[in-house]
Design a binder for this molecule. Sequence first.
Ligand code: GRF
Length: 208
Amino acid sequence: MLRLGVLVSGEGTNLQAIIDNISNGYIPDCEIVTVVSNNSKAGALNRAEARRIPHSHISKKQFETLVEFDDALLKHFQSYNVNLVVLAGYLSMVGEKVVNYYKNRIINIHPSLIPSFCGKGFYGIIPHQKAIEYGVKVTGATVQFIDYEYDTGPIIMQKAVKVMQGDTPEELQLRVMKQAEWIILPKAIKKISEDKLKINGRSVTILD
Ligand code: GRF
């Protein structure tokens, strides 16, 4: 059984996509055992509440040091026997202790085709603003394993989305969420739950 710990910061539409795809049976043998937000006002916490999923506000501001925050997050996940950590619109860095303990068991959804428009400072609406400014014709979303830097882990899955003439960043963000994020994040979790995702170094293979 996959026991998910989901990290959120915002509206929680990616969390909702996971919730929906567990309840409709698309993702088998999987349960969200805890949702953790670094933002006490995140809409994602209301979504967890609505589905009676245990949820917590744990933020680095509650601790003296980042090491204590990292420690607290790891202990929280261990207390729920989490065996896969999912960053679903999470806007904070995951600490070394969590990354070490959950090596190749932490995945993230990023709203661009990595290595474009990613790295420190590229989150939320910003990748879409940069994509439009640059004039790319295609953008999309990426699911990747988390490692010690921003957006540098092995890539699991990507899905391309057309940039339309005159798109605003908000219109593009919504299209990328609908046509890519809300599809490939549940799909990646499904493949992990079915043990159909193999990783060797940076190379990730997904079995049909
Ligand atoms: C989305 O663009 C997601 O890709 C990014 O944060 C935004 C909000 O995500 N990481 P959510 O609605 O909170 O899942």
